[in-house]
Design a protein around this ligand. Structure first.
Ligand code: F6P
Length: 319
């Protein structure tokens, strides 16, 4: 039986993490379980930076972006001695179980703790949508909305100046933000880790569009692929468009979560508590075909990523 549950958010923050914190807190309190918020991810855990939570602690956070708990990346949490220390601290503070909201690195930490006897559940919180074992992560929908709003604005100004906007979006090796926004914004070109980068092909396609009489063009590129400023300069030098680059950056991580993210986070938070109450640990929660499910963390992490071939094919058919 669980008496005290800890919650932490880890890795890059995402809109909807607060909604998940609220759902976990309220569902746990409703089950008679004490709740403790852990500040700044695993870093706060090993420093015993804990805040007791009551129902009011999570009031008025549902619509707020970011995470009230703070988040951090702690690569050292891979080291067995650090995990042992975390277990010791959890035991000293009589925390029986943990909900970890974050990406796959955070899941690995949750699995390591479960293996040492502290039941943990992982919730997928990241704008990248790069976690296997779920169709969608908490924060992806809001980040996508942010990208779409920005690209729509860039299109307005690009079309006034016969420009090509090169827009870099986040995703950390996952092209979902780029391909979804490419479809939603009617971009001319999308470049992601999945499509690969062929600079000459991009320039050739832009020359072709210019010759067709197109007034503007949008190229959406996933981060970590190329220097978008350099590409924009080459576009100005070698095509009829004048190139401009925009790196959307951390704007994509902020903002009030969309209703879809709020509901997703709340459903996942509820599931995390139900799993822990029924004695399950070492699982991560996901959504598949609109059903909230859970899987052992190891199984989820070793699953292949769902193919996005159909989305890329659709993008190509719409250009
Ligand atoms: O994982 C979320 C994410 O925003 C990625 O898209 C990006 O690559 C990374 O985090 C940025 O990390 P940081 O906020 O540490 O610069």
């Amino acid at each position: 039986m669980i008496r005290k549950l800890g919650i932490l958010t880890s890795g890059g923050d995402s809109p909807g993490m607060n909604a998940a914190i609220r759902a976990v807190t309220r569902c746990a309190l409703g089950n008679g379980i004490e709740v403790v918020g852990i500040k700044d991810g695993y870093k706060g855990l090993i420093n015993a930076d804990f805040v007791p939570f009551n129902k009011g602690s999570v009031s008025e956070i549902l619509s707020r972006g970011g995470t009230i708990l703070g988040s951090a990346r702690l690569p050292e949490f891979k080291e067995p001695a650090v995990v042992d220390k975390a277990c010791e601290i959890l035991r000293e503070n009589e925390i029986d179980a943990l909900v970890v909201i974050g990406g796959d690195g955070s899941y690995r930490g949750a699995k390591a703790l479960t293996d040492r006897g502290i039941n943990c559940i992982g919730l997928p919180g990241t704008i990248d949508n790069d976690i296997t074992g779920t169709d969608e992560t908490i924060g992806f929908d809001t980040a996508l909305q942010t990208v779409v709003e920005a690209v729509d604005k860039l299109r307005d100004t690009s079309s006034s100046h016969h420009r090509c906007s090169v827009v870099e979006v986040m995703g950390n090796h996952c092209g979902d933000l780029a391909v979804y926004s490419g479809i939603a914004c009617g971009a001319e070109i999308v470049v992601t880790p999945e499509t690969g980068y062929d600079e000459e092909d991009i320039l050739e396609r832009l020359r072709y569009l210019d010759n067709l009489g197109k007034n503007h063009a949008i190229v959406i590129i996933s981060e970590k692929i190329c220097d978008v400023e350099g590409l924009a300069r080459k576009i100005s030098a070698t095509t009829g468009f004048s190139g401009r680059s925009t790196v959307l950056g951390h704007i994509q991580r902020g903002g009030s979560p969309s209703p879809k993210d709020r509901v997703l986070a709340s459903r996942m938070g509820e599931k995390a508590v139900d799993l822990l109450v029924s004695g399950v640990g070492g699982h991560c929660v996901g959504i598949m075909n609109n059903e909230i499910i859970s899987l052992p963390i190891n199984e989820a992490l070793s699953m292949p990523k769902t193919s996005r071939k159909a989305l890329y094919r659709l993008f190509d058919r719409l250009v």
